[in-house]
Each structure stands twice: as structure tokens, then as C-alpha cells.
Design a protein around this ligand. Structure first.
Ligand code: GLN
Length: 545
């Protein structure tokens, strides 16, 4: 593909309130522009001072998404990857903390040549430098930059300032998109544009005129309101784009294309579509709509319903991976969150698990609710219900088998019981050191590691290749001292990391489909390419039914 004369940038900002789907909007725009023949990168700018999302509680801020390179990022990078199928790396994720850390590092190294270092322009300049770094790394023609938060917030100002400065320097290469919310108050019954008008003006006061407004609302945008937004927010009439609530987020590129958003954005950037190829995506949307027969999947974890985010946000990649796999089999997933602590309080309740076609135990940390999860794993093992354990779900399955099949009653992970006589899940020396030194940020086993599969395994059947690569995020590991005992109890060590010999996958030889993986396959599932393990897990669920 020939390189463009100049790189193009689309800044996406939010108005009125948060959680209106800026990340999905960026992802959908990126997908459309790809379908028109351009190489598109996506960047998330987060306002917090944290260096990355690794130290942030997912129950309040959503899932920590892990990249191939081990970056622990905001969950929006997961949306970007699912929509664009481009792998994100550290360059695609910018936080206030990273920006200040670098500016201060340069200052200490005399890299500002004796000048004083100012918040403006030195901070926005560092943001711009990072954006350009991502453009180069991704070899992008067009880069979509999502600015977290909502316009008017004090903390997003320096990122807006970076956008303003870029527009000034490259007027033909920068476009702005405001994603706003248009409420329909119950008593009034009509859609109100005023809050969006205020948001556009707040953006004006930061020196930015938006080019497009994505109008998130319960219902589609009508003509009078398109007119009003155009006049009051100074945009072309066709640039107020309707974005009503949808059954599936994956419909959004198709909805945007009905309004020719892709061509309008290209026009703003002085580009033309080289092709129009949204065929596969449209097929996906149709397939989702036609997947009507339900399949019941239970996700067993501890109760996490605190903070602003719900369970669905903490495990968004797991949920999306289940959906992708279900749609592949033309099934509609019916997901139930099962609070494992219920099984600790009321052990007979465990029988309810028999109503599910399959059970997943996702990743997690700490000891609360763990005994309940172990009870659940015992039930699905004994009742031959298909099981997929993800990270903690693999470790806890190992503990369950060690206790109830091998007979090591006090088997445990050192994370849960540091004094256990049978640490079937333990810490490597380098991780012991990290914990002793209280070195927590970005010190887990992170990012992609190779894994070699046993040919006779369920995993090999799924992947159809011996060597795979999957993403990790955990501190604890399987303890090789217990390998023989577990193998005799029916465990197959189906996947081993060739560089360090660590156990990455356990399976049961005497069960229809029981797989626990030390990694997080959910991060690599795509709507057009479901992850092989999730795909085969759902196939096993269908068969078991
Ligand atoms: N708590 C476990 C560990 O640190 C598992 C982590 C996870 O599930 N992501 O090893």
C-alpha cells in the first residue's frame, strides 16, 4: 500500500456524560475506514496519573486488557482489537502518568537544554510525540485518538490542547468527533439537544470546533434535531450522526455506514475511499440476528457488584469471546453470573449448576469466594459438565483435583494459604522477590508466551497446531512437584511453555471437555474469528445438552 503524503488524525471526545460508547464509536469508525482501504491505528488516552491500568481495581474501572507485548491497558483497547483485528501495544495507550513521567525524566537529563519546562506546551508536546510514535509503530494512514472522560473536565484539558495544537499545525489532516448523549426525559417524551449544544460550546472554549457529532440516544435522531444541532453547534447538517441503542455493538459500523460516516470523514481529511468492503462484517451482523437458539453458560466467580462498573465490564473480553463462539455455532448465549459465596453459605445450592450447558471460571485474585468456586468445579467435574477455566480458573481446578481426586485435603495456592502443606500453585523465586520488594506495577507474568501442545489433547484439537502463543497476566504458577500425582489422577498436561517449562494447560482425560488454561485466551477472540478454545467449549456444551 502506498504511503499517504501526510498522516491523518481523528480525535474523538465525549460530551454530556461518560459511558456513552466512545470506545465502541472509535472502534466502529476505525473498522469503516479500514473497509475503505486505509491502514488505521487507534489510541486511547486515559486521564489518570497511573502509568497503566495494571494497578487499578477492575470492579470500578473495568477490565485490565493485556496486549501481546504485556501492556496492561484500559478495556477499550480490547474493543479496538475486536473491531479492527490489529493488535495494540504500549504505543496505543497513553496516560497522564506516562506523559508526566517522561517529561520529568527528560528534564532531569537536561534534555530541555536549560529552558524552563512548562505544562503548556511541554505536556501537550509530549502527548503529540507519543501519538506520532504510535502512528509510526502501526504504520498507520489514519489514527483514531480517543480522549477519555468528558469535555469540560479539568483533567482532559491537556489532551484537548494537544488536539488543538495538531489542528493548528495540520489543518487538513485533523478532524474532531464529539460523541454526545441526547436524553429523552420520560415526562417530556422528546429528545433534547441542549446538553449537546453545551458540550460543543465547552469544546469551543478549549479552542476546538467539532466536525461531527455522534448522537447517542435511546432512539434515532430526527430531521428537526439534525437541523438544530447543525445550526447551534456549527457543523454541516449531515454531520450530526444518529447512534441509537442497538441490540449488538457490532451493528455500529453498519449503522454508521447507512449515514455515510466513513466517506464524510475521509472527505474532511481530503481523502477518498479506495474500496468499500464491509461484506464480512455485514454477514456477522446478520448471523448475530439469526442466532436464536439459546445456550446457557454459567460464569462462577465472587460477587463484584461494587463501584461504577458492573461484572460485565470487569470481564468484557470473556463475555465477548463467549458471544463470538456462540454466534459461530448459531447460538444465542444466555449468560448467568453465579456468586460462588452462595455455595459456601448454602452447599446444597450447588445442584443448580446442572441446568447449565457449560461453566466458566474466569481470572481473579485473592481468597474471598474461593472455596465456593472450588465446590462448583468439583460439581462440574463429577457431573461431566463442560468446563473452561481461565487463569485463576485453571489454578483453582488444579487445587480441586489435588484435594478431591489425589486426596491432598489441604492443597492450595500460596496466594490463598501461604502455609499450605501442599502448594500445588506456588510462586517462582523472581515473583517472591517482587512481592518482598512491594514491586507490584507491571511485574506479573505479562503478555504473550509460546506454548507447545500435546497432539492427543483437546487443546490441540481446537487449535490444530502444536505451537501457540497466548497472553498472560498472573503471578502464581503450577508447581511441578505435583505433576506425577496429578497425572495419575487423570490430569493431562496439555500445554507447556517451551522457554521455561511451565504448565500452561491442564485437561481431564476422563471428562468430555474440561480445560484449564494459565493464560487469557479471551483477549485474542475476534467476532469474525472466534477463539478456538471458546469455540470448542461451546461445541462441547451443545453436544452435552
Ligand atoms: N491470582 C492468580 C495469580 O496471580 C490468577 C490471576 C488471574 O486470574 N489473572 O496467579
Amino acid at each position: 500500500m502506498a504511503k499517504l503524503k501526510s498522516s491523518k488524525y481523528i480525535f474523538v471526545v465525549g460530551g454530556v456524560m461518560s459511558s456513552v460508547g466512545k470506545g465502541i464509536t472509535c472502534s466502529a469508525i476505525a473498522r469503516i475506514l479500514q473497509s475503505k482501504g486505509y491502514r488505521v491505528a487507534t489510541i486511547k488516552c486515559d486521564m489518570y496519573v497511573n502509568i497503566d491500568a495494571g494497578t487499578i481495581r477492575p470492579t470500578e474501572h473495568g477490565e485490565v486488557f493485556v496486549g501481546e507485548d504485556g501492556i496492561e491497558a484500559d478495556q477499550d483497547l480490547g474493543n479496538y482489537e475486536r473491531f479492527t483485528d490489529n493488535n495494540c501495544t504500549a504505543e496505543n495507550y497513553i496516560t497522564t502518568g506516562q506523559v508526566y513521567q517522561e517529561v520529568i525524566r527528560k528534564e532531569r537529563n537536561l534534555e530541555y537544554g536549560g529552558e524552563d519546562v512548562e505544562v503548556v506546551p511541554d505536556i501537550p508536546n509530549e502527548i503529540i510525540r507519543r501519538i506520532k510514535l504510535a502512528v509510526r509503530k502501526n504504520k498507520a494512514d489514519i489514527t483514531v485518538i480517543e480522549i477519555g472522560g468528558t469535555v469540560g473536565e479539568y483533567q482532559s484539558l491537556l489532551f484537548l490542547e494537544a488536539g488543538r495544537m495538531m489542528k493548528l499545525k495540520y489543518p487538513d489532516d485533523v478532524a474532531f468527533v464529539l460523541v454526545s448523549y441526547l436524553p429523552i426525559p420520560k415526562k417530556i417524551g422528546e429528545m433534547k439537544t441542549k446538553p449537546t449544544q453545551y458540550a460543543a460550546r465547552t469544546l469551543n472554549s478549549a479552542g476546538i470546533q467539532t466536525d461531527f457529532i455522534i448522537c447517542r440516544a435511546e432512539r434515532p435522531l430526527d430531521e428537526p434535531r439534525r437541523d438544530r444541532l447543525a445550526v447551534f453547534c456549527s457543523i454541516e447538517k449531515g454531520n450530526a450522526i444518529s447512534a441509537p441503542d442497538l441490540d449488538s455493538i457490532y451493528e455500529l459500523p453498519v449503522v454508521f455506514e447507512k449515514e455515510h460516516l466513513g466517506d464524510k470523514i475521509l472527505d474532511k481529511l481530503n481523502l477518498k475511499a479506495k474500496q468499500n468492503d464491509l461484506k464480512e462484517w455485514k454477514k456477522l451482523v446478520k448471523n448475530i440476528k439469526n442466532s436464536k437458539k439459546e445456550i446457557k453458560i454459567g460464569i462462577v466467580g465472587k460477587y463484584f457488584g461494587t463501584g461504577n462498573f458492573t461484572l460485565a465490564d470487569s470481564y468484557i473480553s470473556v463475555i465477548e469471546a463467549i458471544k463470538h463462539a456462540c454466534w459461530h455455532h448459531k447460538r444465542k448465549p444466555q449468560l448467568t453470573w453465579i456468586d460462588s459465596e452462595e455455595y459456601e453459605k448454602n452447599p446444597s445450592k450447588i445442584k443448580e449448576l446442572s441446568q447449565y450447558n457449560g461453566i466458566i471460571v474466569p481470572g481473579g485474585f485473592g481468597s474471598r469466594g474461593i472455596e465456593g468456586i472450588i465446590k462448583a468445579i468439583r460439581y462440574v467435574r463429577e457431573h461431566k459438565i463442560p468446563y473452561l477455566g481461565l487463569c485463576y480458573g485453571m489454578q483453582l481446578a488444579t487445587i480441586e483435583i489435588a484435594r478431591n481426586v489425589v486426596g491432598l485435603k489441604k492443597a492450595n495456592s500460596l496466594e490463598i494459604d501461604p502455609k499450605t502443606p501442599h502448594p500445588v500453585i506456588h510462586l517462582n523465586p523472581y515473583q517472591k522477590k517482587n512481592i518482598q520488594n512491594k514491586s507490584y506495577g507491571a511485574t506479573m507474568r505479562l503478555g504473550a508466551y509460546p506454548c507447545v501442545l500435546k497432539p492427543e489433547s483437546l487443546s490441540y484439537q481446537a487449535y490444530e497446531t502444536r505451537k501457540i502463543q497466548e497472553r498472560h497476566r498472573h503471578r502464581y504458577e503450577f508447581n511441578d512437584l505435583y505433576k506425577d500425582k496429578l497425572e495419575k489422577a487423570g490430569v493431562r498436561f496439555a500445554g507447556i511453555c517451551p522457554s521455561n517449562n511451565l504448565v500452561e494447560i491442564i485437561e481431564l482425560t476422563n471428562h468430555p471437555w474440561f480445560v484449564g488454561v494459565q493464560f487469557h485466551p479471551e483477549f485474542k477472540s475476534r467476532p469474525l474469528r472466534p477463539h478456538p478454545l471458546f469455540r470448542d467449549f461451546i461445541a462441547a456444551c451443545i453436544k452435552a445438552k
